[in-house]
Write a protein that binds this ligand. Sequence first.
Ligand SMILES: [Zn+2]
Ligand SMILES: [Zn+2]
Length: 148
Amino acid sequence: MLGGLIVGLLALGLIVWLWTRRTDALARHPSIDCPTCRQPMRALSEATDDDDPPRGYEVLACPTCDVAVSAVHAVASAWGYCPACMQRSLQIQCAKLPVAPGRPPIARAEETCHLCGHERTRTLGGAAEASPAAQGRVIPFPAARRRR
Ligand SMILES: [Zn+2]
Ligand SMILES: [Zn+2]
């Protein structure tokens, strides 16, 4: 009886601990250097304003070259959590999109879940990262609404 209670408490503690670690990792932006130029890459925020579940990963783009990577728990990884089936079976393929010189980076992230078949393409950066000088320009997204 007492043994069961202790095991239960331990399990609860483990769940809380794991959850806190996960939230911490998501809250702070990962600091990952570009594998090609060794520059710190910037985390991009989502340009569209969909009602979909939040991303379980970050997309980082190199400020100088064409490298864009996804990061899960502040570590560069092509595998994230699927928003549909909640398993870590989501393959994320990132590609930096061409922008005019001096414009903030834009990247596309293609999500493919190999477990449940969830598929989604997200566009990140660009409008959400726009500098004051770039305001008023036409942005290449169908949804012009900003988050918040
Ligand atoms: Zn680079
Ligand atoms: Zn899935």
